[in-house]
Design a protein around this ligand. Structure first.
Ligand SMILES: [Mg+2]
Length: 170
C-alpha cells in the first residue's frame, strides 16, 4: 500500500519551490506532461505560471525532463516548447521512462523526484524505483476512458487515508 502514496502533495507543480526541493536534497525532476504541466490534449501557448516556474528551476540549477505516456509527436512539440528533454510512450508505471530520465539528467535516485497527477502511473512507478514522488491535482478531467474510473479509485484511496505529508510551497 505504501507504494500508492506520494511523499508530498501540491495543488499545482509551479507551487513546488526550488528551495523546497533543495532542502530535501532533490536536484532533478521527472515531469509528467498531460494534466500535470498542461491539460490533457492542450496545444496552445505555454501557460505563464509554467514558463515562469521552469525558468526558476533552471536558474536554481534544478534539472528537469518530461517522462510521459503521451504520443511521440505531442511529446516532441512540448519538449521543444518547454526547452526540456523528453521521452514518450513510456508505459508508466513501468520503469523504462524513469531509467531514461535518470540517465538523461545524470542524477542518482535519491536526488530525483517524480511529479505527476496519477497514483497508478506516476506515484506507483516512482515509488517502485525508490524515487521521491510528488502528486499534483489533475489540470482537467479529460483523459482516456479507463483513466476516469482510475481517478475515482484514486479519490477513494486518498480520502480513506491521512495525507502522507502535508506541506505547502514556500
Ligand atoms: Mg498525467
Amino acid at each position: 500500500m505504501r507504494l500508492l502514496f506520494p511523499a508530498a502533495r501540491f495543488e499545482r507543480p509551479w507551487q513546488i519551490a526550488p528551495s523546497w526541493l533543495r532542502a530535501r536534497g532533490l536536484k532533478g525532476l521527472l515531469l509528467d506532461l498531460d494534466n500535470t504541466l498542461i491539460p490533457y490534449g492542450y496545444e496552445g501557448p505555454t501557460p505563464e505560471p509554467l514558463r515562469v516556474w521552469l525558468d526558476e528551476l533552471k536558474r536554481s540549477g534544478i534539472a528537469a525532463c518530461l517522462v510521459t505516456n503521451a504520443k511521440p509527436g505531442r511529446t516532441r512539440r512540448w519538449a521543444r516548447k518547454l526547452g526540456l528533454p523528453g521521452i514518450a510512450l513510456v508505459g508508466k508505471p513501468l520503469p523504462f521512462g524513469f531509467f531514461w530520465g535518470m540517465r538523461q539528467l545524470g542524477l542518482e535516485r535519491k536526488a530525483l523526484a517524480v511529479v505527476g497527477d496519477q497514483i497508478f502511473t506516476d506515484v506507483l512507478g516512482g515509488n517502485l524505483l525508490g524515487l521521491t514522488t510528488i502528486l499534483v491535482a489533475p489540470l482537467s478531467d479529460k483523459g482516456l476512458p479507463h483513466t476516469r474510473w482510475v481517478r475515482a479509485l484514486e479519490r477513494r484511496l486518498l480520502a480513506a487515508t491521512p495525507t502522507p505529508e502535508k506541506e505547502e510551497s514556500e
